[in-house]
Design a protein around this ligand. Structure first.
Ligand SMILES: Cc1ncc(COP(=O)(O)O)c(C=O)c1O
Length: 378
């Protein structure tokens, strides 16, 4: 294909589709919830929490306002005390570190490994007598090797809190992201795997005492009878968003399969381009079931490639605005993580969402091949 023939408008993420693809059903949900006046902590939240917990194979799911709050609440519910060091991968959203900070903890950033997820060796090296928890981000729809992190946590008496904002339904050795530690947070931001029409999140746990603390923390410190049992926040999942999420959860298995098929299509289009490093494929190994929240590649001459794709109308994104968390000087984290810093000069997110077509993936992969002078039909 000639380069000019590749020009298209392929946005990185088509936000209007979040509504337009299901406009009739969503309008029906608005009307139903509105007519019932069911806005805060109503039946739809309870039903979604139950269905989400069942889907994940976990005992408790509590809807919250967003995953950032969810992580903060999970850390507080797990007993993280002021001054406690919490180890996390610097390749994550600033929200992960912010949650540790606002929980009173000390965020300790470490390197990621070849699959861009937290590196267990780096975690071990960062453990001190003040370390209280490990907070792995289950990045890009992939779950870290939780055997390695679990045995480290056991050996050193540390809690595990998972940032599963990007990993609904992703599995490691048959268990879902978010179910390996004390608690975890999931995000329902519109561009997430399961997106609502605004902000939304959930905290999950298998521990009933932790669940009771989470429930109180997300609703002004109140228990089921309305008694104030301690300090709390207002971080409830809107009932309307819960109704939308419950409707979408029914079809979520198809979304995961679609994303995995698109990842395979990218792999087939790009596997033989030496300038590109691809994420693990969907059939990569039996331990991982990846759901591809993002399709994150490493690319030689990344910025020039990005500009070339932009000229063709193909949207891409630099993860986290182009910097790992420790590289934002305003946060004062002062770490030096050479592997992560090198990676951040190369990483690029290609379009990946449930509405992306096979033809669009072909156009994107052909454009990348053309950039590196490896076009199939130049
Ligand atoms: C890895 C990660 N952690 C935390 C968050 C925060 O989620 P929310 O926007 O729901 O607060 C996000 C969302 O972008 C994320 O990708």
């Amino acid at each position: 294909m000639h380069t000019a023939a590749l020009a298209r408008s392929i946005p990185f993420f088509p936000y209007p589709r979040v509504f337009l693809s299901e406009e009739d059903s969503l309008t029906r949900i608005f009307r139903d919830v509105g007519r019932r006046g069911a806005f805060i902590l109503q039946e739809d939240v309870r039903r979604f929490e139950e269905n989400l917990a069942r889907f994940l194979g976990v005992r408790h799911a509590i809807g919250v306002a967003n995953a950032t709050d969810g992580l903060l609440i999970a850390l507080r519910a797990a007993g993280i005390e002021p001054g406690a060091e919490v180890i996390f991968s610097s390749h994550t959203m600033v929200a992960t570190a912010a949650a540790i900070h606002f929980a009173g903890g000390v965020p300790v950033p470490v390197e990621c490994g070849a699959d861009h997820l937290i590196d267990a060796g780096a975690v071990e090296a960062a453990i001190t007598p003040r370390t209280r928890a490990i907070l792995p981000t289950q990045l890009n729809g992939r779950t870290a090797n939780m055997d390695a992190l679990g045995s480290l946590a056991n050996r050193h008496g540390l809690a595990i809190i998972e940032d599963a904002a990007q990993a609904l339904g992703s599995r490691f050795r048959g268990h879902c992201a978010g179910t390996f530690g004390t608690a975890a947070a999931i995000s329902f931001f519109p561009a997430k795997l399961l997106g609502c029409l605004g902000d939304g999140g959930a905290v999950i746990t298998n521990d009933s005492a932790v669940a009771a603390r989470i429930a109180a923390l997300h609703d002004h410190g109140r228990d089921e009878s309305g008694n104030v049992t301690g300090w709390g926040l207002n971080s409830r999942l809107d009932n309307l968003q819960a109704a939308i999420l419950d409707f979408r959860l029914c079809k979520y298995a198809g979304v995961m399969e679609r994303r995995r098929a698109l990842a395979q299509a990218y792999r087939e289009g790009l596997a033989d381009v030496p300038e590109i490093v691809l994420p693990p494929g969907p059939a990569g190994d039996a331990d991982h079931f990846d759901v591809y929240q993002n399709y994150e590649i490493e690319a030689g001459r990344r910025d020039a490639l990005r500009e070339f794709l932009k000229q063709l109308g193909i949207g891409t994104l630099l993860p986290w605005g182009g910097k790992a968390v420790h590289q934002w000087e305003a946060l004062g984290l002062r770490a030096h993580l050479p592997r992560t810093e090198t990676l951040f000069a190369r990483v690029l997110l290609l379009p990946m969402h449930a509405w992306l077509t096979g033809e669009e993936v072909e156009i994107i992969t052909e454009a990348i091949r053309a950039f590196y002078g490896r076009g199939r039909c130049a």
